[in-house]
Design a protein around this ligand. Structure first.
Ligand code: SF4
Length: 266
């Protein structure tokens, strides 16, 4: 019986680290989280990806805002739709948390229409902005991380998880890519890849299952936010390119160690 309380194999720390090495060697740095408002600036490509550059979102209010809003807007939709919503938000001058708080929900919803579920997402952005307003850099110039020393990052995580419509994947994306805090992001791609490569099946999709998988990554890696960020982006990349719903196993860089591949004729 596994730690999840259900049958399933969990990867060892060594396997988790080896997987990262293989993915990183093949794909290289991914430049996550894209900062739309920085597009075409030095170090950023036309869509705001910053390969090999690791800006601290918490030290840059514009990037921080983009990552926080982007994490909500990309729920249940492709990034290109969230990206379009972010661009439209900026065009309509919804570019600070204060402006989101004071905006009419229907106006904000119109701005984020391209991301789908736009009425819900506008409400989520407003609720989240209310919570974050006391955790932003002060006029004294102190950074968000210093403000956070008042309470632990775990408490912050629980506060964000209490925001209506935010689950652990969205919250950990915000903590990792905006706050630069070491919380590994688990998503459907992570579950799919671990399920296929290591036969880590039967792990609940509910919060408990999320925490089990997250702990594996936390125990296996050094706690570097750079590696956490790259690793999550690499898992997404591989699942979009090779380990798709119908996987393309022939020529896959993981087929040497993948249990699914060795147990199937795909
Ligand atoms: S070998 Fe196939 S199942 Fe395994 S990781 Fe690659 S694409 Fe996915």
């Amino acid at each position: 019986m596994s730690e999840s309380g259900q049958l399933g194999r969990l990867p060892t720390a060594r396997q988790i680290r080896d997987l990262y090495e293989i993915l990183f060697e093949h794909y290289g740095p991914q430049g996550w989280w894209p900062v739309v408002s920085r597009a075409c600036e030095p170090g950023y490509d036309a869509r705001g990806y910053h390969r090999g550059l690791y800006p601290r979102g918490r030290e840059d209010m514009s990037a921080f805002f983009d990552v926080v809003c982007g994490a909500v807007l990309t729920q249940n939709t492709a990034w290109k739709n969230a990206e379009a919503a972010l661009i439209e938000m900026r065009r309509r001058r919804f570019d600070t948390f204060e402006k989101i708080i004071s905006a009419r929900t229907e106006d904000l919803a119109e701005a984020v229409r391209s991301s789908g579920y736009y009425n819900q997402k506008a409400k989520k952005l407003k609720f989240l902005s209310e919570v974050l307003r006391n955790l932003l850099p002060s006029s004294s110039g102190r950074g968000i991380s210093e403000e956070l020393s008042i309470e632990s990052s775990e408490i912050l995580r629980e506060r964000l998880l209490d925001v209506w419509g935010l689950g652990p994947e969205t919250v950990d994306s915000i903590l990792l890519y905006a706050y630069d805090l070491p919380f590994f992001v688990i998503d459907a791609y992570t579950r799919r890849l671990l399920g296929r490569v290591f036969y880590s099946t039967g792990i609940s999709e509910l919060r408990r299952g999320y925490d089990v998988l997250q702990k594996i990554f936390h125990r296996s890696l050094s706690g570097s936010t750079v590696i956490y960020g790259e690793y999550h982006a690499l898992l997404v990349r591989h699942c979009k390119e090779s380990c798709t719903v119908r996987p393309h196993c022939i020529g896959c860089i993981l087929n040497k160690q993948c249990l699914f591949y060795h147990g199937s004729d795909t």
